[in-house]
Design a protein around this ligand. Structure first.
Ligand SMILES: Nc1nc2c(ncn2[C@@H]2O[C@H](COP(=O)(O)OP(=O)(O)OP(=O)(O)O)[C@@H](O)[C@H]2O)c(=O)[nH]1
Ligand SMILES: [Mg+2]
Length: 149
């Protein structure tokens, strides 16, 4: 989960080995192993309450912020609203104008003890996050891991 254009869908495409193509998420989208949510759910107070409920459908929750995002979108310690493991993901680290250190600090402030830095474009960091998520049940993830340096 994360705000509009945080890079959620693009990361899912990368993890699944799909072609990267912009596709605005219109509704909560379930695949076999990943749930993708529209950024509006994290931006609108009423819908944000629904996000808390969707976390119960997951084993691990990912909070995403793009490396060039201008301010912290998540309140301090907001991960306590969720009784699942919550990891942070700094996306778009290929962007020259980004500040991944600052975004990582925001994610840690939100309560994420584990933070990954990734680029869905270059593939940097993708192998690490798959190694963390992979429980052997998603063949697409394992295939991507094998192909990613
Ligand atoms: N440079 C760069 N751009 C990225 C990366 N990941 C995503 N983007 C771009 O960021 C924009 C938004 O990406 P999405 O994956 O659609 O973002 P989202 O979080 O799913 O957004 P919503 O569906 O609106 O909530 C697109 O134009 C992507 O191409 C990345 O790793 N690097
Ligand atoms: Mg999306």
């Amino acid at each position: 989960m994360g705000r509009v254009a945080a890079g959620k869908t693009t990361l899912m495409q990368r993890l699944k080995g799909e072609q990267i193509s912009y596709c605005k998420t219109q509704y909560v989208y379930y695949t076999d192993t990943i749930i993708d949510t529209p950024g509006e759910y994290a931006e609108n107070g009423e819908l944000a309450a629904a996000l808390a409920l969707y976390t119960y459908e997951a084993d691990i929750v990912g909070l995403l912020i793009a490396s060039d995002y201008p301010y912290n979108p998540f309140p301090p310690c907001c991960t306590t609203a969720c009784n699942r493991e919550v990891i942070g993901i700094v996306t778009g680290i290929d962007k020259s104008e980004g500040d991944p250190d600052r975004v990582e600090r925001w994610l840690r402030l939100a309560g994420c003890k584990t933070v990954f830095r990734i680029s869905s474009y270059t593939g940097e960091g993708i192998r690490d996050i798959i190694a963390y998520l992979d429980d052997g049940t998603d063949e697409k993830l394992q295939k991507t891991k094998g192909e990613t340096a």
